[in-house]
Design a protein around this ligand. Sequence first.
Ligand SMILES: Nc1ncnc2c1ncn2[C@@H]1O[C@H](COP(=O)(O)OP(=O)(O)OP(=O)(O)O)[C@@H](O)[C@H]1O
Ligand SMILES: [Mg+2]
Length: 311
Amino acid sequence: MIEAKQLSKKFGRFQAVKNASFTINKGDIVGFLGPNGAGKTTTLRMLTGYLPPTSGTAVIAGHDVLKDPMGARKCLGYLPEHVPLYDEQRVTEYLKFRARLKGIPSKEIWNNVARVLEICDLEPVRRKMIRTLSKGYRQRVGLADALLGKPDILILDEPTNGLDPNQIRQMRERIKALTVDHTIILSTHILSEVEMMCNKVVIIDQGVIKAADTPENLTSNLRAAGKIAIEFKGDLDKVVEQFNELEHVKKVIHDSTTEDGWHFLTIRAEAGTDTRERLIEILTGLNCKVRHIHRHIPTLEEVFVEMTRKD
Ligand SMILES: Nc1ncnc2c1ncn2[C@@H]1O[C@H](COP(=O)(O)OP(=O)(O)OP(=O)(O)O)[C@@H](O)[C@H]1O
Ligand SMILES: [Mg+2]
C-alpha cells in the first residue's frame, strides 16, 4: 500500500534522511518513532508528495508520488505537524474550501464536510472563526481536513502533540476508531500510544531507519528480553554452577543475599528464550525454596532507547 524505496533528503549539505526503505501493507497501523530531529516529518512529507526527495521513490496505493502526485494525494489524508489553517475562515467554510481544493465534486462536498464534522466532534464549533479555536480543536480541524474525500491512507504527524491529557485520550480514541478501515502512519513521542494502537513500528534515528517490525518482534529481540530474576534459599554455589550449564543461559549474576539467607540472582539468557521452567527444575532438584521468579518483558521504550541512544 505504501512503499518507500531508498528515500533520501538533503537540505543543502545536511542529509536529513538517508536511504529510507520500508513497506506498509493495507490495514497496517504504523507507529513512526524517532528522537527530535530524526527525520520523521521529512520522511512523512516525502511520502505525501509535499517535499520532493533528493533521491529515491515513494509509491502510495500504486501511484508514484512524484510522477502522479494527484493520484497519490487522492488516496491519502495528511495531518501535518503544524496544521496550516486559515484563521479568518469559519470551520465549515474552511473544510468546504479544502474539499474543493481536493477536487471533491460540488454535490458531494456538503456530505463530506458533514461527515468529518461528526467524526471529529466539531459540530459545536462549526460556525466559529478558526483563529478563536483552542489547540485541541485546531488539531481536530486538521484531522477533519485529512479525512475529507474518505482516503484509505492516513498520515498523521504527531496528532496528539501539545494537547492536554483529556484531549490526548479523545484524539487517541478517534484515531483508534479510524484504524478499522484505514491504513495509518502515525508519528508520535508517546510510546504507550504505539503499544496500544500499532501493529508495526518503524524507528528512525539521525535520518536512518533502524528497525521496521512488529512491536512483539522488536521487544523479544531486545537484549533485555532474556533477563530473569530469581529469589531462593539453598546452596548458592551449586545453583549457580548448574544454571551456568543450561542451554541459552549466558550469564548468572549473584546480586545479593539477605541476612536470613535469601539469594537474589539475575540470569541473562539469549533474547527470545524462556528458561524459567528449567531454572525451577534445577532449584527443586537441589531442594531450594523459591519465593520469586520473573522474566523481564521489555517495553517499546527500552527498544527505542537502545536503538536511538548516542553512546
Ligand atoms: N526545510 C528544512 N531546511 C533545512 N533543514 C531542515 C528542513 N526541514 C528539516 N530540517 C532538518 O532536518 C532534520 C530532520 O527534521 P524533521 O523535522 O524531519 O525531524 P523530526 O523527526 O520530525 O523531529 P521532531 O520530533 O522534532 O518533529 C532536522 O535536523 C531539521 O533541522
Ligand atoms: Mg517532526
